[in-house]
Design a binder for this molecule. Structure first.
Ligand SMILES: *Cc1c(COP(=O)(O)O)cnc(C)c1O
Length: 445
């Protein structure tokens, strides 16, 4: 018998299901499921042994070891055969030292965890490698027939699903809200050969359809309601600690939409604590766009219950979600991690993203939401000057070229571009060029 074991478990009950069953919600009360690990088995290895093993794998060229997710496979999917894993060496993303911004903002330390530095350009790869690997495993065992894997997406989930399925040779289907994704996000699943449907609705509308399409289990559901994805995404937490030499930051800020990723972050820290890898909890802060803020509103009401909203248009299009599926898990995460929920305006997110670009980052609008929250929380002293903070950057800025061009052109509707950097047009003559250089270099001194 394998020394380590995991199964699905109801978050509100005791019913459990094997990981190779096709199931997304409890059969007892329809609650969300989570992957429940045998933590006693995990704790049977000492923290020092785990840390040594993780460090050794960092030097290995074995496919599973080169992935940030699968290098921690005992705490992800302990029983999957390594040959069934579908990996693109995801994870092990940089923890960017943003000390110049920390100094400007007046805090001790700031790091930006660049989860978008990944094959398809967002953190969605971290969860998708786990989900597609498990589907691959189920197919190889011939236990259940699966014709295709499908998701509803605000853009990044579909790109990740499409790429991992293409690598494994599994058909994929993606539902996108028409006209609400960036060009890069739309072209990714098209390139990787998915069946791409652009529906005349928003994300929440796509989510309803995909649940109907996947109801008979012939088409497998890849949304974050599927708790396998959380297992990959949760490795962000041990990875941050590992990168900080197994120290725990004081505060972590993460942008939230469907709220799967904040749930994952908290679960990652739960596991690290249970394994003795860390002995302190960070504070977890969720940042939402004010235009799509059902979680912020619920927090303001003391988490009485989720009141779904009609999400309004936001530059942070990946979190334009009014009815977040992982609400119960995210509520638990905020309560267990001394958390706060913050909302950020369009002006604040756009400025925060481009302010951070000035120290060498290249931020997507969602990272701007988290950075905007950071500025607000420093201003109101919720975050104090002696803290070490990690901001989770969820996607690569290169996926959001339209946003960045419009900001620097000053053409974002209703917004001003405080950190715009204009292009200087000049004839190819030394005099004209030197005039501009003298003026601009003086201005930047
Ligand atoms: C999916 C996504 C989010 C939101 O993550 P949730 O798990 O839905 O809260 C934030 N930023 C980007 C870039 C994303 O793709």
């Amino acid at each position: 018998m394998a020394p380590f074991h995991a199964h699905f478990k109801n978050i509100n009950g005791d019913d459990t299901y094997p990981l190779d069953e096709i199931i997304y919600r409890s059969k007892v009360d329809n609650s969300l499921l989570e992957v429940h690990h045998d933590r006693t088995a995990l704790a049977s290895r000492s923290p020092e042994e785990w840390k040594k093993l993780f460090a050794e794998r960092r030097m290995s060229f074995k496919p599973a070891d080169m992935s940030g997710i699968w290098s921690k496979r005992e705490m992800v999917l302990p029983e999957i055969p390594e040959e069934d894993i579908v990996t693109m060496q995801e994870g092990f993303s940089p923890l960017f030292d943003a000390s110049r911004l920390a100094k400007e903002l007046g805090i001790r330390k700031l790091h930006v965890k660049l989860c978008g530095n990944s094959h398809t350009g967002s953190f969605k790869d971290l969860g998708m490698t786990v989900l597609v690997s498990q589907v691959n495993h189920i197919l190889k065992k011939g236990k259940h027939p699966i014709d295709a894997v499908a998701c509803a997406s605000t853009g990044d989930t579909s790109a990740a699903l499409s790429a991992y399925c293409a690598k494994a040779g599994i058909p994929s289907i993606v539902f996108l809200p028409a006209g609400k994704t960036s060009t890069a996000q739309l072209i990714q699943p098209i390139s990787n050969g998915s069946i791409v449907l652009a529906l005349d609705t928003d994300f929440d509308g796509c989510m309803k359809i995909v649940q109907q399409v996947t109801a008979d289990n012939r088409i497998y559901l890849a949304n974050s309601m599927n708790s396998l994805r959380v297992e990959g995404q949760k490795t962000i937490s041990p990875e941050i600690c590992q990168q900080l030499n197994w120290n725990v930051p004081d505060t972590i800020i993460i942008p939230g939409g469907n709220l799967g990723n904040v749930s994952a972050l908290a679960k990652g820290f739960d596991d690290c604590l249970a394994m003795g890898l860390i002995n302190k909890k960070p504070r977890i802060i969720v940042a939402q766009a004010a235009n799509a803020n059902p979680f912020y509103q619920a927090y303001q009401r003391g988490f009485d219950k989720l009141e779904p909203v009609q999400a309004k248009k936001t530059l942070a299009s990946a979190i334009q979600i009014g009815n977040p599926v992982s609400y119960p898990k995210a509520e638990r995460a905020i309560k267990n991690y001394n958390g706060v929920v913050v909302e950020v305006s369009e002006q604040e997110l756009a400025d925060a993203a481009h302010r951070a670009d000035k120290i060498g980052l290249y931020c997507c609008p969602h990272t701007g939401v988290a950075l905007g929250a950071l500025e607000k929380l420093i201003a109101d002293k919720t975050i104090s000057s002696d803290e070490e903070v990690v901001v989770i950057s969820t996607a690569h800025g290169l996926k959001f070229t339209e946003f960045k061009v419009a900001y620097h052109e000053g053409s974002l509707e209703g917004l001003t571009s405080r950190y715009a950097n204009p292009i200087f047009k000049a004839p190819a003559e030394l005099g004209a060029v030197m005039d501009i250089l003298k003026k601009e270099m003086a201005a930047r001194r």
